[in-house]
Design a protein around this ligand. Structure first.
Ligand SMILES: Cc1cc2nc3c(=O)[nH]c(=O)nc-3n(C[C@H](O)[C@H](O)[C@H](O)COP(=O)(O)OP(=O)(O)OC[C@H]3O[C@@H](n4cnc5c(N)ncnc54)[C@H](O)[C@@H]3O)c2cc1C
Length: 477
């Protein structure tokens, strides 16, 4: 009997758990350790963050799903990994101490550590800005946003800033979507004219989203995501500031450095800024208790896998094989990483270091779709290894599709959405030399009501899939 331990039950870890439980749960021991006892459908926290969706509609308890799939569940947080002796230590959430879990295969799917500390004054706990990156954060953001609405209804004029709160932040799509929902909500409340709404980000260009932007045909004309986003912002009277690395926030202002090294600031009444993502800190110890973390994680705490690291950007941009295919640690080959937890070989967009030496570079997004696909690939390879001793599955981000559906409101009747579908996520100039690395047939942008329906449908369909309900496997990640 083999033992598989999965750390983290987000898009990546939970997907892996469903496949592993389904294929091996009866004969082998599959265990998931997660900080929370529920699964959270993160994309819908955008709606929670403006009070448009009840928080409980975005979550469901994990244990009943795992019981059905023959997966054991530990509600707690892994604090130590002992790769030589093949066990992890988990601090149990009920305060009853540590649990030792032995493994033959380990999947790190811990997602990001939200590094609010990386920017002075950032974040809802010790700082002044809000976040929608956890359910509690989204609830707090909704509360503050409701206070803003009350002030606007009394006739005040306010400034709202949405975007990224660190020069190396990622996840611009989530920020963009929150911004567009706020815009639409204010329009519906007849309060839009009282708000100066600004997009502030570290992107290389508007519409870059940390994926080098996209180009697609709209009504027969080739349009870039920069032009597409610009037209949405102009039409919606949203101001924008890109190429900005936020360094500090105080009660009134957000301070940044830009690409040229100039400093600037913007005043705000309400700000939601995405923090830098780091790997979740876990101790990696050998038999003698020595730190062996450098064999497993990079300096940012992300798990080293089968990528080609250390390439400079132009070389990386030309080499699709630099992106990992099986997400396996080269030193400890029974350790895999899935979702945000794996260390990418570099940025997708062109990196930029300003004259003061500050790197203002969007980190590569590992979206929910990408995380789910990696979770499946890793699970299927572990199933292969246990059953046949050989891996047969591989999928690089240069072969994965990603969709960013930035809904403008949650209504299916007057909501709309900016839909951007890109294939592949990481441009692959070898496979698609004509489309600057992307398949022009699949890559697509559009603005319309269909996107609002698609976004709502994704919520319902994915929650169905993640609950492991009948047909879950035929719903793609
Ligand atoms: C507001 C918002 C909207 C988004 N919208 C979209 C969208 O529309 N489409 C899309 O594709 N992507 C979207 N994303 C991105 C998507 O949510 C992430 O890519 C995805 O959640 C990453 O999955 P993951 O499994 O790697 O990490 P996570 O989802 O973060 O899951 C990691 C899990 O591990 C747990 N964990 C962490 N440390 C430990 C530990 N030590 N021990 C045990 N458990 C631990 C965490 O509590 C968490 O449950 C959005 C992100 C945000 C923030």
């Amino acid at each position: 009997m083999s033992k598989v331990v999965i750390i983290g039950a987000g898009f990546a870890g939970h997907t892996a758990a469903l496949y592993l439980g389904d294929a091996l749960g009866r004969q082998h021991e599959i265990t998931v350790v997660n900080k929370y006892d529920y699964f959270g459908f993160v994309p819908s926290w955008v709606w929670v963050g403006i009070g448009h969706m009840k928080p409980e509609k975005t979550v469901f308890p994990l244990e009943p799903v795992y019981t059905k799939k023959n997966v054991q569940f530990v509600h707690g947080a892994v604090t130590e990994i002992h790769p030589d002796e093949q066990f992890v230590l988990a601090e149990k959430a009920d305060g009853t101490g540590q649990e030792k879990l032995e493994y033959d295969y380990l999947i790190n799917a811990t997602g990001p550590k939200l590094n609010f500390e990386g920017t002075e004054g950032l974040g809802p706990k010790a700082g002044h800005t809000y976040s929608i990156c956890t359910l509690d954060h989204a609830k707090e953001a909704a509360k503050k946003y409701a206070e803003m609405i009350a002030r606007l209804e009394k006739g005040e004029k306010l400034k709202m800033v949405i975007g990224t709160g660190h020069p190396g932040a990622t996840c611009q799509g989530a920020g963009f979507e929150y911004l567009s929902n706020i815009h639409k909500d204010l329009v519906n409340r007849n309060l839009r004219d009282q708000v100066e709404l600004t997009w502030l980000s570290n992107e290389a260009a508007l519409g870059d989203f940390g994926v080098r932007g996209i180009s697609a045909k709209i009504k027969g004309e080739m349009i870039t995501s920069e032009e597409f986003t610009k037209s949405i912002f102009e039409e919606s009277n949203i101001k924008w500031k890109v190429q900005k690395g936020v360094k500090k926030v105080d009660e009134k202002n957000i301070y940044w450095e830009d690409y040229e090294g100039k400093e600037g600031q913007i005043a705000y009444d309400f700000a939601m800024l995405i923090p830098q993502f780091l790997g979740v800190p876990i101790k990696y110890l050998d038999k003698e208790g020595n730190d062996v973390s450098e064999k497993i994680v990079n300096k940012a705490g992300f798990t080293i896998v089968d990528a080609i690291y250390g390439l400079d950007w132009p070389t990386l941009a030309e080499n699709p094989d630099a992106w990992p295919a099986v997400y396996q640690n080269p030193t400890y080959t029974n350790i895999f990483a899935a979702g945000i937890a794996f260390a990418p070989p570099g940025s997708i967009s062109k990196p930029h270091v300003n004259p003061n030496g500050l790197s203002i570079t969007a980190a590569p997004p590992r979206t929910g779709m990408v995380s789910g696909i990696i979770g499946r690939v890793v699970a299927k390879n572990i199933i292969d290894l246990i059953k046949r001793g050989q891996m047969t599955h591989h999928e690089r981000m240069t072969h994965m599709v990603a969709a960013c559906i930035a809904s403008m409101g949650d209504s299916l009747w007057d909501g709309a959405a900016a839909t951007m579908i890109m294939y592949p996520v990481v441009p692959d100039k070898r496979s698609f030399p004509k489309g600057n690395g992307r398949d022009r047939f699949v890559t697509h942008m559009e603005m319309g009501l269909a996107g609002a329906w698609m976004k709502r449908m994704l919520h319902t369909t994915f929650i169905w899939k993640f609950k492991g309900l009948p047909g879950w496997k035929i719903i793609p990640e």
